[in-house]
Design a binder for this molecule. Structure first.
Ligand SMILES: *Cc1c(COP(=O)(O)O)cnc(C)c1O
Length: 378
């Protein structure tokens, strides 16, 4: 076991090196201003995200989780309501629903893209369904076009969980539609490891609807419209100026970094073919029309745990997203779901493995990863 060098699953330090001077300059200016919560950098970042996504309004907040909670609060969702979502996602996708007092209703996912099945969503709608949260998992969009009209007819709100999909889009009727731009609310996270990451927590909600924008802007500052006058009880979820200044720098590079990630994905696929690994593991499937941004590079294999261990022993860090389907989380036990309810999601939890993926991953490192995977299957 001649381990040459550790290969991390992601490496923020390498990315920092690419923008260090710009970041320091941006932070110096915030320090000079001594303006730390919201303010000009936050407002400018909101504008820049809105223009990048081509959505009229972007309202910042303190995290991706808060963005989801604020979106549901802005829609007035609460006890007695049902919100449909996927069981194969990060915890916050479902916890935001429970936070409002509404009931999370899960439906299963596609075994190839790991994204939610729109047919199953339609079948799960009841009189109490008030919203639907699709998750654009690992950096590729769901087939939202299959359901937008259906939702509109039934007045069911669309809240896209775009936490993993900054820069991702989908072609629809000859047009580019970005994550968060399908006509409802779009919820973004700038957690440090996301494709567009801050150096702390931060989030953003996008909308075409001016009334929703105003409601979001109010709810994030304790429900206040003018200082010390509270029309309703909101939360404290403001973006801080240092994060905004950092994000403004990083947004200028996001296209380049996204292309780097896509190149890493292309190389993995070529290497798998070269080493005849495609009979042993399934690489990510890009749904037609999608620009996949490879937030994660997730493969499927029936020998996941063994492979994970084998690679770890050789200095290669891989991760499992996600080991437990959300319907099996102890905190959602009262919803009455059990083992076997969502067979695809449950199976994925045992099969998926995220390989090292970040813009700066080198071709040599990728070759080392794939060589070790090939050794494992020999
Ligand atoms: C990261 C993430 C969130 C939550 O974002 P935070 O900024 O960490 O609060 C929500 N949903 C998904 C799918 C995520 O990956």
């Amino acid at each position: 076991m001649a381990t040459t060098q550790q290969i991390p699953s992601f490496d923020l330090k390498r990315n920092y090196k690419r923008v260090e001077d710009e970041i320091k300059e941006a932070l110096e200016s915030v320090l000079a201003s001594q303006h730390f919560i919201m303010g000009p950098d936050v407002a400018a970042f909101e504008q820049e995200v809105a223009s990048y996504l081509e959505i009229p309004h972007a309202v910042s907040c303190a995290s991706g989780t808060d963005s989801l909670v604020l979106a549901l609060m802005a829609l007035g969702i609460g006890p007695g309501d049902e919100v449909i979502t996927t069981p194969f996602s990060f915890f916050a996708t479902a916890s935001c629903i429970a936070r409002t007092g509404a009931k999370p209703v899960f439906v299963d996912v596609h075994p190839d893209t790991y994204n939610i099945s729109m047919d199953l969503v339609k079948a799960a709608v009841t009189d109490r369904t008030k919203a639907f949260i699709p998750v654009h998992l690992f950096g590729q969009l769901c087939r939202v076009e299959e359901i937008v009209d259906f939702l509109a007819q039934r007045k069911i709100a669309l809240v896209e969980d775009c936490a993993q999909a900054f820069g991702a889009h989908r072609m629809h009727e000859g047009k580019i539609i970005r994550a968060g731009a399908w006509g409802g609310l779009g919820c973004y996270s700038f957690f440090p490891t996301k494709n567009l990451g801050a150096y702390g927590d931060a989030g953003m909600t996008t909308t075409f609807n001016e009334a929703h924008k105003d409601r979001l802007a109010k709810l994030r500052v304790h429900g206040a419209t003018t200082t010390y006058i509270h029309e309703e009880v909101g939360i404290n979820s403001r973006m801080d100026a240092m994060q905004a200044a950092i994000l403004r720098v990083r947004l200028r590079h996001i296209e380049e970094w996204t292309e780097d990630r896509r190149e890493v994905a292309r190389r993995y696929k070529l290497l798998f073919a070269e080493h005849r690994l495609l009979e042993h593991l399934m690489p990510p499937v890009e749904d037609e029309g999608n620009r996949h941004t490879y937030h994660q590079y997730v493969v499927r294999t029936s020998r996941r745990d063994e492979l994970h261990q084998y690679l770890a022993e050789r200095g290669i860090v891989t991760r499992v997203y996600y080991p437990l389907s959300l319907h099996m989380q102890p905190c959602f036990a009262s919803a009455g779901y059990g083992k076997g309810d969502f067979p695809v999601s449950e199976k994925l939890c045992g099969d998926v493995l995220a390989l090292p993926m970040f813009p700066e991953l080198t071709a040599d490192e990728q070759e080392q990863v794939v060589r070790e995977i090939a050794n494992f299957y020999k």
